[in-house]
Design a binder for this molecule. Structure first.
Ligand SMILES: Cc1cc2nc3c(=O)[nH]c(=O)nc-3n(C[C@H](O)[C@H](O)[C@H](O)COP(=O)(O)OP(=O)(O)OC[C@H]3O[C@@H](n4cnc5c(N)ncnc54)[C@H](O)[C@@H]3O)c2cc1C
Length: 305
């Protein structure tokens, strides 16, 4: 059961920061509530009582997004459904619609914020791998002697470990800022127990840009979640593919290496097995989304000439 003494719903950033600065011990910030509310139930945290809740879902500055100078500023209350519904976000963040379609169900996607997902810092949070491929930074805000102070932290430094981030008690996430990559093909792979109502055991995100004829990898970005304490970019695999001709053999070779990274304590062999298949599928799906011919097609065409 989930109870509280008082519930604040600030409308401005300043009011939100003032409320957060005054949070008593045990007080909490809430956005969509899709992590916090189910956590307060039998078998997880059990009965949970908050002296104060600060609901940031109506904060004006946290709504919407901006596209500027090759970067997208996703304000804190952008929810997963936005990555499916908004044509500009779909075009500029090509892996996010694939991530969102696998994220929970319709109801949860309307509530679940990207910011809340990153703060949750689950090793398999779905939003972290695609945001790593997009070189995301997290903008944090707090009151400093009455003034609004901002700092920006790369996502790679924001998540410290399972459930741990660099977010200070008096800070809020105001935005997640990432690359805009129109023209890239994106993909997201995920395995869990059930399709919609589960957090991934392992997930992979890929972004691929090819030459105009689709035969050469101009850029490749890959990240994995669920294989260690924090999701990680696969820069060594990216380097192996970037600038190379697209071929089924190269993709298969590149997909073997990430399985070696599996450091999770549970179900290691299972995770290694799925990681290899995932990375391969992530690259192939991203290539297809970029409009490139299927790897191996050229060889088949030659054989039939
Ligand atoms: C049925 C179900 C299915 C789910 N499926 C998935 C899934 O497929 N993949 C997945 O990754 N997750 C899944 N989740 C988990 C959850 O939906 C996500 O982690 C979600 O993105 C959390 O966002 P929220 O806005 O609901 O966070 P909340 O629950 O409101 O908050 C989560 C944490 O973030 C903090 N927080 C929120 N906003 C801010 C802010 N602006 N500044 C500072 N701190 C903030 C809160 O204090 C809290 O600690 C699922 C949950 C449910 C209930």
């Amino acid at each position: 059961m989930f109870t509280y003494d008082s519930y604040h719903m600030p409308l401005t950033l300043r009011d939100a920061l003032e409320a957060v600065a005054k949070l008593p011990s045990g007080g909490r910030v809430i956005a969509g509530g899709t992590d916090i509310v189910p956590w307060a139930r039998e078998g997880r945290a059990g009965d949970v009582h908050f002296p104060v809740l600060v609901d940031v879902s109506r904060v004006d500055e946290f709504q919407g997004y901006d596209l500027q100078g090759g970067r997208v500023r996703l304000n804190a209350n952008v929810v997963y459904q936005d990555f499916l519904d908004d044509a500009v976000l779909r075009a500029n963040l090509p892996c996010m619609p694939h991530c969102a379609i696998w994220f929970a169900d319709d109801q949860i996607r309307q509530q679940a914020t990207l910011a809340g997902n990153l703060v949750n810092a689950s090793p398999a949070a779905d939003g972290t791998p695609p945001m790593l491929t997009l070189n995301a930074e997290v903008e944090l805000v707090r009151l400093d002697s009455g003034e609004i102070a901002r700092r920006t932290v790369p996502l790679t430094d924001f998540v410290l470990g399972p459930g741990k981030t660099v977010l200070a008690e008096d800070e809020l996430i105001s935005a997640v800022i990432c690359d805009a990559l129109p023209g890239y093909g994106g993909s997201f792979q995920k395995v869990g127990q059930r399709r919609s109502l589960v957090i991934s055991r392992v997930c992979a995100a890929a972004l691929v840009k090819t030459s105009a004829d689709g035969r050469v990898f101009e850029d490749v970005r890959l990240a994995l979640g669920g294989v260690g304490p924090v999701p990680a970019r696969l820069t060594d695999i990216e380097d192996m593919l970037r600038g190379q001709p697209v071929s089924a053999g190269l993709i298969a070779e590149a997909s073997v290496k990430p399985a070696e990274r599996v450091a999770s304590r549970s179900r290691v062999e299972y995770r290694r097995h799925v990681v290899q298949g995932f990375v391969q599928a992530a690259i192939e799906d991203a290539l297809a989304a970029a409009g490139a011919p299927r790897p191996g097609q050229k060889d088949r065409e030659k054989a039939h000439a």
